[in-house]
Write a protein that binds this ligand. Sequence first.
Ligand SMILES: [Zn+2]
Length: 83
Amino acid sequence: MRASIVANSPDLTLDIILYGTVVLGLFGFLWIYHGRRDRQFFELERRKITFHCIRCDHLYTEKPGVEIAPCNRCGHQNARLKF
Ligand SMILES: [Zn+2]
């Protein structure tokens, strides 16, 4: 009895598992990559600082790190809102 035919089957199974792992890994990588990119974009949006003008009641946003920003409607200098 030759072992070649019997040994053929585990090899094929290993190939399928290997292929499946590569495909799953690729999808997993893409999912994590896109997920991280979306989160970074979301973080940047969320971190925008909201300003409220006490003179004209206008709401506007500025980049993070800005403490005082002029109102883009009337030019009044407003301090950032603290939540
Ligand atoms: Zn204003």
